[in-house]
Design a protein around this ligand. Structure first.
Ligand SMILES: [Fe+2]
Length: 240
């Protein structure tokens, strides 16, 4: 089966539409969302509706949690906090109810998905180092885990010693636990501003990282027009 797995959309409809158009050419059978559908970008309601329309299985991100009042806002920096407050005003009650119903973790037969970390997922810790990945390896009862949150795509392997890769092609070995960070659709932070997502082919035992160009200027202008912090528009251009 071929899965498209993506997250950290952050209300960026321009980026999401380009990713989904790319998916239509990739024989995708199943869509999975790693959370943070909203927050930062100017189209939160539209992004929630798009994900719901796909029938994607989604987990809850910290921004999704915050806009429905489930997360203490002191966790966020000033710009993120402004965006959470603005986003909460844009969302319909129906969308808020849907976000409220998202789980922190979902387990599929061969892999799991989470926004931040499988180790205490409610704390939304980042998985950025081999040590962070090790906490996850110890919690995994499936060989493969997909997550987001850092907006930085990479994969960690529970080999001896543990290793990681930044390569866009990630071969899987079912005997080696693997954590894949799918990067960010709507606010990449690895200095590559293109929208990022992964395709997991379970038969080929392969994960492929994809990058797609989108209309960054349009998404950035919408952020400015909405009166959201200017830096949220600028960082789309910089990809960091
Ligand atoms: Fe995020």
């Amino acid at each position: 089966m071929r899965f498209a797995i993506f997250g950290d959309i952050h209300g960026n409809l321009e980026a999401l539409e380009v990713v989904l158009a790319e998916c239509e050419t990739c024989e995708i059978e199943n869509y999975l969302c790693l959370g943070d559908i909203v927050g930062y970008g100017a189209n939160p309601e539209e992004c929630v509706n798009r994900i719901r329309g796909l029938g994607a299985l989604a987990v809850c991100g910290n921004h999704d949690h915050a806009v429905v009042g489930a997360q203490n806002l002191s966790y966020f920096n000033a710009h993120a906090r402004d965006a959470v407050i603005w986003t909460a005003k844009q969302l319909s009650q129906e969308s808020k109810n849907w976000l409220k119903g998202l789980s922190l973790v979902e387990h599929l037969p061969d892999f799991s998905i989470v926004h931040g970390s499988l180790h205490s997922p409610e704390l939304f810790n980042y998985v950025q180092t081999i040590k962070d990945a090790d906490y996850n390896f110890r919690q995994m009862d499936r060989p493969l885990l997909f997550l987001g949150h850092s907006h930085y795509p990479l994969a960690f392997f529970d080999t001896s010693p543990m290793t990681y890769t930044l390569d866009p092609i990630i071969p899987l070995d079912p005997s080696v636990k693997t954590v894949v960070n799918a990067g960010s659709v709507g606010q990449p932070r690895d200095e590559d501003p293109r929208a990022c997502f992964v395709i997991f082919d379970s038969e080929a035992e392969l994960v492929e990282l994809r990058r797609v160009e989108y209309d960054i200027d349009a998404a950035a202008q919408k952020i400015l027009d909405a009166g959201l912090p200017q830096t949220l528009a600028l960082r789309l251009t910089l990809g960091k």
